[in-house]
Write a protein that binds this ligand. Structure first.
Ligand code: BT5
Length: 255
C-alpha cells in the first residue's frame, strides 16, 4: 500500500522490522519502503539491547531512507523520525512527548518510544553521496514496557489510545515533510532547530557514555548538525553519538 509517498509492507510477526529493511536495502529496495509488524520475535534497541512488546501493544515500524547525508549528520535521520513521531502523537492525542537526546521519547521522564537508526555500511561508498539508512521506531500504545524499565504508553500518558494504523498514517504524513528537509544543509539546520526546541535533555546535568569514555557536564544546546552540546569544565563539547543519562535538572541561575 502506498501512503504519503511511502510503500508499506505489513507483517503479523517478523524478527525485526529494522533487520528486514536492512536486508531489503542491500537487495536494492527503493527509498520510502516501510515495514510494520504486530509482533517482533527479535526486536532490537541500540548496542545489542532488546525492544520488547507483546503482540499489538506497540507501533513497531521501520523506514528505509536514502539521503545525501554527510557522515556526521546521519543522526538527523533519527531526529526526523523522532520529531515526526512527536508531532503525530500530539496530533492524535493532544499532547506530544519530549525528546531525550539522542533517541528516546519521554512523557514526564518515562520512556514511551525509542528510535534505532542504522546506516547500511555496505551501501556506503565513503563519498558524500546517498547513504541508505534504516530508521525504526517502537511506540508504546497501551503497554508501558518491561516492568523494570519505568516506561509509559501513549494511552497512560494522554488518556487517548490511538490505533496503530492511525498513528502510522500520521507518522508517515509528518515524516514526509521532514524527509525533504534532510536533503539540504538549510533543511537540516531547520530540523536541528526543531530538535533543540523539543529536547528535554537541554538544561540537565548529564552523563554521556561515549565509545572513548565517559563525560559529565551540563547539556546546553544542539548545534546545526544535531549534535548535543555539553559544557564540561567551562568548555562546550559537541557530542555526535552516545548514551545519555539525565542526572538532575540544573538549578536556574540566580537573577
Ligand atoms: C531504543 O533502544 O530505544 C530503540 C528501540 C527501537 C525499536 C524499534 S521497533 C521497530 C524497529 N525494529 C527493531 O528491531 N527495532 C526498532 P535503546 O535506547 O537501546 O533502548 C532499549 C532499552 O529500552 C531496553 O534495554 C529496555 O531497557 C528499554 N525497553 C525495551 N522495550 C521497551 C518498551 N516497550 N518500552 C519502554 N522501554 C523499553
Amino acid at each position: 500500500m502506498t501512503e504519503h509517498g511511502f510503500t508499506v509492507e505489513r507483517f503479523e510477526s517478523i524478527d525485526s522490522t529494522n533487520t528486514y529493511l536492512m536486508e531489503r536495502s542491500r537487495a536494492g529496495a527503493p527509498a520510502g519502503l516501510v515495514a510494520v509488524a504486530d509482533f517482533q520475535t527479535a526486536g532490537r534497541g541500540r548496542l545489542d539491547r532488546r525492544w520488547e512488546a507483546p503482540p499489538a501493544s506497540c507501533l513497531l515500524t521501520s523506514v528505509l531512507l536514502r539521503e545525501p547525508l554527510p557522515a556526521d549528520e546521519l543522526h538527523l535521520a533519527t531526529a526526523a523520525v523522532a520529531l515526526a513521531a512527536v508531532a503525530a502523537i500530539a496530533s492524535l492525542s493532544g499532547r506530544g512527548p519530549d525528546v531525550k537526546w539522542p533517541n528516546d521519547l519521554l512523557f514526564d521522564g518515562s520512556k514511551v518510544a525509542g528510535v534505532l537508526a542504522e546506516a547500511d555500511a555496505r551501501a556506503w561508498d565513503g563519498a558524500p553521496g546517498t547513504t541508505a539508512i534504516v530508521v525504526g521506531i517502537g511506540i508504546n500504545l497501551t503497554w508501558p514496557g518491561p516492568p523494570d524499565v519505568g516506561g509509559t504508553s501513549v494511552e497512560a500518558a494522554t488518556g487517548v489510545g490511538p490505533g496503530r494504523d492511525e498513528l502510522l498514517d500520521a507518522l508517515l504524513f509528518e515524516l514526509e515533510a521532514r524527509r525533504r528537509l534532510l536533503a539540504s544543509p538549510v533543511g537540516r539546520a531547520e530540523l536541528a532547530s526543531e530538535l533543540e526546541l523539543r529536547t528535554v535533555t537541554i538544561g540537565q546535568e548529564v552523563r554521556v557514555e561515549l565509545s572513548s569514555g565517559m563525560i559529565e557536564g551540563r547539556a546546553v544546546g544542539i548545534n546545526r548538525l544535531g549534535h548535543l552540546l555539553v559544557m564540561v569544565d567551562g568548555e562546550t563539547r559537541p557530542i555526535a553519538a552516545g548514551d545519555v543519562v539525565h542526572l538532575r535538572p540544573s538549578l536556574a541561575p540566580p537573577v
